[in-house]
Ligand binder design. Structure first.
Ligand SMILES: [Mg+2]
Length: 438
C-alpha cells in the first residue's frame, strides 16, 4: 500500500547576506537570501519525504510561506502514489484552484508557492524512484513528458504534437548525452566577482580567481552609475583578457532609451549579454532594446509564467531564455518553457545563485541537454559559491562545470542544523541580531 502525505511543513528560513553585500545589484542593494522551505512528510516507515523551496530576498518570505500553507488541503491525506504517479495532474490541481488562481492568475506569490509544492513533489518522486530529478525526467517517454505540460495559452506557438516531435527527435542520443554529463558535467558561469557592492580591488581579484578556477564566463552587475560601470567593465576586461565572456545584468533598472544608451557605452568592452535591461513584464521593450543596441538580450528570472516566455520568443525579444527553478510553477511549467525555447531555437541559460537555486536548476538544464535541446552550444548555468553548505546534497563545481547530481531527489533538502539556526525570527542567528539592535 502506498504511504500517505501526512503534513506540509513550511519554514521561514533567512540568511543575513546583506551584511556582506553578497547578492547586491542595482535594484536589490541589501538582500537577505531566504527560502520559504517546504517538507512533504509521509507515514512511510523509511522516513520518505519531499523537499522544495521558494527563493526570496528577505522581507515577504513569510508571505510566501503563508501562500504555501493555503495549498495544504490539496496535499495532506493524499496517497503518495496518487501524487508521484501523475505529476501533471498534481501541478494542474495546485495552479487551478479557482479562488487561489484569482490572486494571479498563474503569477506572483501564489504561483511561486504552487511551484515550491510541485518541486517538493518532484523531489519526493525522485527519492522514491532512487534517481536524481534530471535522470528521472530524462528516463520518461516523450508522451509521459508532454502529459506534464499545460498547453493552455501555448498552442498558438507550440502544440502538443510539436512538443512530441521535439522530444522524439532528441530520443536517440539520450543515453550518450547522459553519459557525457556524468563524465564532464555541465558548463557554468560565475556571478561572484560582479556584485555591485564590491570594491574595484575585490572585483579584479575575484575575476582572476574565477578564470583560474576554470570558468569561461563571468557576470557583472550594472545599472546604478554609468561612469562606475565603464570603470568596472574596463577593470574586469583587463583582468580576464579578451577571450572570456563577461555578461552584464541590470536587474530591471532601465527604461528602453536608457538601456540602449548605457549598452552602447559599454559595448567597446564587449559584454556578452545584457540581462534584465527593463521590466520583466515588458515584452515589447525587450524587443526594442534588442533592436536598438548591439549586445544580446537575456531575461527570465522574474518572468512570471510560460505565457510571457512564449511572447518573448514570439516577439524575437530575447537571445537567451533564463529559466528559474522557483519562480514559475515548478518542474512542469519549466518543461513547457524548455520546449518553447527549443521550438524557437533559443538557448536556455538558467538563472541561479539565490539560496537553493543552483541546487534545483542544474537538474532542469541537464534534462534539457539529454532530452529536449540536445545541445550545449551557448548554454551555461549561473553559479554563485555561497550558501551551498546548508544543503545535504550541495552542487559540486569542478573546473567551471556543474557535476551531474547522483543522489536521489532534487538536491533541495536543507540540513537540520540550518533549519534550527536560521529560522526567522526566532532562530538564534536572528535572535542575536535583535539583541544587538535593542
Ligand atoms: Mg540576474
Amino acid at each position: 500500500m502506498s504511504p500517505t502525505i501526512t503534513e506540509v511543513d513550511v519554514y521561514d528560513i533567512r540568511f543575513p547576506t546583506s551584511e556582506q553585500l553578497d547578492g547586491s545589484d542595482a535594484m536589490n542593494p541589501d538582500p537577505d537570501y531566504s527560502a520559504a522551505y517546504v517538507v512533504l512528510r509521509t507515514d512511510s516507515p523509511d522516513g520518505l519525504a519531499g523537499y522544495g523551496l521558494c527563493f526570496t530576498i528577505g522581507r515577504g518570505n513569510d508571505v510566501v510561506a503563508a501562500a504555501i500553507s493555503t495549498l495544504r488541503p490539496y496535499v495532506v491525506g493524499r496517497p503518495v502514489d496518487s501524487v508521484t504517479g501523475d505529476l501533471g495532474a498534481f501541478y494542474r490541481l495546485l495552479t487551478h484552484d479557482s479562488q487561489l488562481r484569482w490572486l494571479g492568475p498563474e503569477k506572483g506569490v501564489m504561483h511561486m508557492a504552487a511551484g515550491a509544492v510541485v518541486n517538493a513533489a518532484w523531489d519526493l518522486a525522485a527519492r522514491e524512484a532512487g534517481k536524481p530529478v534530471w535522470d528521472l525526467l530524462a528516463s520518461m517517454s516523450p508522451d509521459q513528458l508532454v502529459d506534464l505540460v499545460d498547453f493552455r495559452y501555448l498552442s498558438d506557438a507550440l502544440t502538443r504534437d510539436e512538443a512530441l516531435d521535439i522530444l522524439r527527435r532528441a530520443e536517440p542520443g539520450r543515453a550518450a548525452r547522459a553519459e557525457e554529463l556524468r563524465r564532464d558535467g555541465y558548463p557554468a558561469y560565475t556571478t561572484e566577482p560582479g556584485w555591485l557592492g564590491y570594491s574595484d580591488e575585490k572585483l579584479t581579484r575575484l575575476a582572476k580567481e574565477a578564470i583560474a578556477a576554470g570558468f569561461q564566463q563571468i557576470k557583472l552587475k550594472v545599472g546604478a552609475d554609468l561612469g562606475d560601470d565603464i570603470r568596472r567593465m574596463r577593470l574586469a576586461r583587463a583582468a580576464v583578457g579578451p577571450d572570456i565572456r563577461i555578461a552584464v545584468d541590470a536587474n530591471q533598472r532601465w527604461d528602453v532609451a536608457e538601456a540602449v544608451e548605457w549598452m552602447q557605452a559599454l559595448a567597446p568592452y564587449d559584454p556578452y549579454w545584457i540581462e534584465e535591461p527593463t521590466s520583466p513584464d515588458d515584452v515589447l521593450a525587450h524587443a526594442a532594446v534588442r533592436a536598438g543596441q548591439p549586445i544580446k538580450v537575456a531575461t527570465g528570472e522574474h518572468v512570471a509564467n510560460r505565457v510571457v516566455f512564449k511572447q518573448l520568443l514570439q516577439a524575437g525579444a530575447v537571445d537567451f531564455v533564463q529559466i528559474d527553478a522557483a519562480r514559475v510553477a515548478g518542474v512542469n511549467e519549466n518543461i513547457a518553457i524548455l520546449l518553447l525555447a527549443a521550438k524557437f531555437g533559443v538557448p536556455v541559460c538558467p538563472h541561479a545563485g539565490g539560496v537553493g537555486l543552483c541546487e534545483l536548476v542544474q537538474h532542469l538544464a541537464m534534462f534539457d541537454y539529454v532530452a529536449v535541446s540536445g545541445s550545449l552550444d551557448d548554454r551555461v548555468i549561473e553559479y554563485v559559491p555561497h550558501l551551498h553548505e546548508h544543503f545535504t546534497d550541495p552542487v559540486v563545481m569542478e573546473n567551471g562545470r556543474y557535476q551531474a547530481p547522483s543522489a536521489p531527489g532534487f538536491s533541495a533538502r536543507m540540513v537540520p542544523e540550518t533549519l534550527a539556526a536560521y529560522r526567522f525570527p526566532d532562530g538564534p542567528v536572528w535572535q542575536e541580531r535583535q539583541e544587538m539592535t535593542r
